[in-house]
Design a protein around this ligand. Sequence first.
Ligand SMILES: [Fe+2]
Length: 363
Amino acid sequence: MEKLSEKNQKKTKDKQAQIIESQLLSGILESSSSVSIISTDLDQNIIYWNKGAENIFGYKAEEIVGKRKITIIYNGVTSKKTALKAQKKIKTTKKGTECELQQITKSGEVLWSKMTLTPSLDEKGNVIGILGVGTDITKHKSTEAHLRKLMHQLKKTLTGIIYATELIIETRDPYTAGHQKRVALLAKAIAENMKLSDHQIEGIFMIGMIHDLGKISIPAEILSIPRRLTEAEFNLIKNHPEAGYDILKTIDFPWPIAEIILQHHERLDGTGYPNRLVDKEIMLEAKVIMVADVVEAMASHRPYRAAFGIQRALGEIKQNSGILYDSTVVNACVDVFEKEKFKFENNESVSPLLTSTNELSKM
Ligand SMILES: [Fe+2]
């Protein structure tokens, strides 16, 4: 007896909960003024059209219920196909979906809605229609497009500044003419081979273009000495990563350009400069630039020696793979030359920064 009464009490509670739920739902359906709630049958005939839909699309419920949704709010807009596809998917999977759709109002205005579409089921679980709940995201979409345009302009400006900076450096220092550009191209090819993100690849190219920026702080006479450098001269040259860092450190680039420039002469075993960083302390982008820098410098001609050539340059990085240079970067660089047949555009770079294979391992 007691159990039966408990069962009855539970039934009454469930019924009350259902009533409250349905009252709440119909209240939301009716009063929601900024959310469109549209119910259709499988032929797209509109069965229910709430106040929000009236506000957003400009049609009163009485003038639109019974008409085909697809021919009205998707008339002539690009999302018509997407809307039909979504309906087909719901019909076959019996699962809801979310999509951003272009729709058209009574006055012909095109808007964007974020729609949550769910199947309406009969008692046997068959899909008999679709319930769509949508919010107007037109403003959000146009802000997004505006931001994309701004980002594009900003990137164009940034690229212009990087190219101008590269030109200034090389005008002052003809011995490295083309060096930075070739390092940038090789570093980019290595980064692509490593399947880094587009953002990282773009950053690595930009950094390659100006990685020796700090050389503008070195007296021009030292940069143009057509012989091997003395230790004192070489010590002056070794200031260039810090000088480059100091010039760029306050600029908020989309990549940590200043830090990577500071690290481009570090080596995994801590024998690099200026901070004698070790493997884990060196950023991946700097590891890519350092390998491209070494290979380009060795492959290039010097006033006091002929170019060592690519094979010897690759030999140097292979020999020191995992010791001075990151082995993943070395493997990618070897791949770039041996499998992808990468070639430097010309071979006239003359950099006094890397003067012999012995000095290469010291730097
Ligand atoms: Fe450098």
